[in-house]
Design a binder for this molecule. Structure first.
Ligand SMILES: [Zn+2]
Length: 626
């Protein structure tokens, strides 16, 4: 929600969208389409066993809860802020009201824990058994006020040339180097790798014979010869789709992670990162820098009533779990600084060669032979300074005990991230869809299981995670420090963005991949407002349960299986996949309000939240009751 905005200063991050490359699409058979979809337009009455809980979930209550969680009072629920804690206390109060038991920390003698619901004993109270709180509290290391600078030194024929570059003018950090790598200074030689592509099928290897370790790698984005029919990268359909994927229509990604039926996108940078370079400098595969400069420039004013999204504003800083590495963060955990640079800067770096980036680019595009080389006498120094601090943060945790005397010692976890992106200047990132909606989904399931007289055999844990937007930190912390043993944890349900209905155009685009001969009639039946994607671990009961329970709910679902241990990235189910727990993960439409101040409560569908919550309730119940 934008508030009273006249002057806003934001730094635009420069993203070269085409660095990610789509692998060739597999052709589906009609029976695969049948298996991948669960379409139910007329739901059956829900069995009595589940009825009371099912009816405890409503669109009206979903909106009521979300209106507070995503209000301006909670100030975007950024991890470790007062706004987050206000929302966390609200959720804990509802858990308490519904009879959900606290599953957070035990009171610790000598530590001043947070007050709030279900906190420890007060002084002088009789010796009742100590009770857990609703909060699992831990420390994160926060890194902020990151300032970086880069300088170039070229030594040639006894002469030394130097030049300094400015962050936000000559280059823009994309990942790492802004906290990820921490403060410090390093100097390294530079190697030019062309497009940085290794494609054995056409005997094209721009990294051959080079040692990238500890060097600054200068690389062009994309691949050579997009518009050249004679380019070997256009030689086959597979290569074309891998190196020149069509940009998504409207410029809006419809889903985080790969689309249903698609493996994770191939990214050439990950191959370069594997060789351990000191840094990667990317220069855009275009002819001039006008768009680059425009994206990097700070808008001096925002017009009143200008509802254009603010793309990629500078984040307040980064966070990490101290002492823990290898998290499933959105950037894949790489801490190698990666910068987008202008061609002006690239040309300066190439100074010793007497060539420009565009000379080298056209040379590669003419010959389709690598032009990679070490840049003799060329060194870059990168210096980063930052403020670091420890910040106390909280997951909100509750549970309902299972009904079976033995199986109640096994646990199913239902979770969603509660945190969002806070505020910046006069803007509040309310995060109604992301992820107020999923948080309400978890609360709906908690309320429903509490309201149902029959309980599942196993215990159910309800979790509202902190730190997801900082790199899935709350869920990762839970799997490392579980209040209930992980080896007794049988499964995980994740909600992230479950309130925005799809529109017909987006559905039509997604459905192209299902539109194989023999499946057209089925695909035509999909109703956009009731469509959602369901990612799940294959070889587990989740797919069958989803189909069985959708008969009582009436959604149109696309099921996407993942191997055990594999996640689709981008949300907290990845933390559970990482420790080999099966998951099911629901998501509705991704809109242009994603990570914008315009992600506000009046745009969501309470009915969609309610139906997806009912699906989750029945799925969790059945899975934990077998
Ligand atoms: Zn999210």
């Amino acid at each position: 929600m934008r508030k009273n905005a006249l002057i806003v200063v934001f730094v635009f991050a420069l993203i070269f969208a085409l660095q990610a490359q789509m692998p060739p699409q597999q052709q589906m058979k009609p029976e695969d389409v049948q298996k991948a979809l669960s379409l139910v337009d007329k739901p059956q009455p829900v069995p009595d066993k589940y009825k009371a809980g099912f009816e405890a979930i409503s669109g009206k209550d979903s909106i009521a809860m979300l209106t507070f969680i995503a209000s301006d009072w909670t100030e975007g629920r950024e991890t470790g802020t007062k706004g987050y804690m206000i929302a966390a206390d609200y959720a804990a109060s509802l858990f308490k009201m519904w009879g959900i038991k606290p599953a957070g920390d035990m009171p610790q003698a000598g530590f001043g824990g947070r007050g709030g619901f279900g906190g420890g004993q007060r002084g002088g109270a009789p010796a009742a058994p100590a009770e857990r709180s609703y909060f699992q509290e831990f420390a994160l290391k926060s890194t902020s006020d990151v300032q970086s600078s880069m300088s170039l030194k070229i030594s040639k024929a006894g002469a030394v040339q130097t030049r300094d570059f400015t962050s936000g003018v000559d280059y823009q950090a994309m990942m790492g180097g802004r906290g990820g790598a921490g403060a410090g200074s390093m100097t390294a030689p530079v190697v030019f790798v062309g497009y940085g592509i290794q494609e054995p099928s056409i005997k094209f290897d721009e990294l051959a014979g080079l040692n990238l370790k500890g060097k600054v790698v200068l690389v062009l984005t994309e691949a050579p010869g997009r518009n050249d029919p004679k380019s070997p990268f256009n030689a086959t359909k597979e290569l074309k789709e891998k190196y020149f994927p069509a940009a998504p229509a409207g410029g809006v990604q419809f889903q985080r992670g790969p689309a249903p039926g698609q493996p994770q996108r191939f990214n050439k940078l990950t191959e370069i990162q594997k060789q351990g370079p000191a840094a990667i400098l990317q220069v855009a595969n275009v002819n001039n820098d006008l768009a680059t400069y425009r994206n990097m420039a700070v808008p001096p004013y925002v017009h009143i009533n200008d509802d254009r999204p603010i793309i990629g504003r500078e984040r307040g800083g980064s966070m990490s779990i101290p002492g823990v590495t290898g998290g499933g963060g959105p950037m894949g955990g790489s801490s190698i600084p990666t910068m987008s640079i202008t061609r002006d800067m690239a040309n300066a770096i190439l100074g010793a060669t007497g060539q420009t980036i565009d000379n080298l680019k056209s040379q590669i595009e003419k010959t389709f032979k690598p032009a990679s080389k070490d840049l003799a006498g060329t060194e870059i120094t990168m210096t980063t300074t930052a403020k670091t601090a420890l910040v106390r943060v909280q997951n909100v945790l509750g549970y309902i005990e299972g009904s079976d005397p033995k199986l109640k010692d096994e646990y199913f976890v239902v979770g969603a991230h509660f945190d969002h992106n806070g505020k910046a200047g006069d803007y509040i990132y309310n995060g109604a869809d992301d992820n107020g909606s999923g948080s309400v989904g978890v609360m709906n399931i908690a309320k429903a299981i509490a309201a149902n007289p029959v309980k599942p055999k196993r215990s159910i844990v309800f979790a509202l995670w902190t730190g997801e937007e900082k790199g899935l930190l709350g869920s990762r912390y839970y799997t490392l420090n579980p209040p209930f043993p992980m080896d007794k944890t049988v499964g995980y349900l994740n909600y992230d963005m479950i309130s925005r209905p799809y529109d017909a155009t987006t559905i039509a685009r997604i459905m192209q991949r299902y539109g194989v001969p023999g499946a057209e009639e089925l695909v035509k039946k999909i109703r956009a407002p009731w469509f959602a994607t369901v990612n799940l671990t294959e070889g587990t009961p989740f797919a069958d349960i989803t189909r069985e329970m959708n008969a009582y709910v009436g959604l149109d679902l696309a099921l996407q299986p993942y191997a055990l241990g594999a996640g689709s990235g981008g949300s907290d189910h990845s933390s559970f996949a990482q420790v080999k727990k099966p998951f099911v993960y629901y998501m509705a439409a991704m809109t242009s309000d994603y990570h914008q101040p315009s992600d506000s409560v009046e745009k969501v569908s309470g009915e969609l939240i309610a139906k997806i919550s009912q699906m989750g309730y029945l799925t969790v119940f059945k899975f934990a009751d077998q």
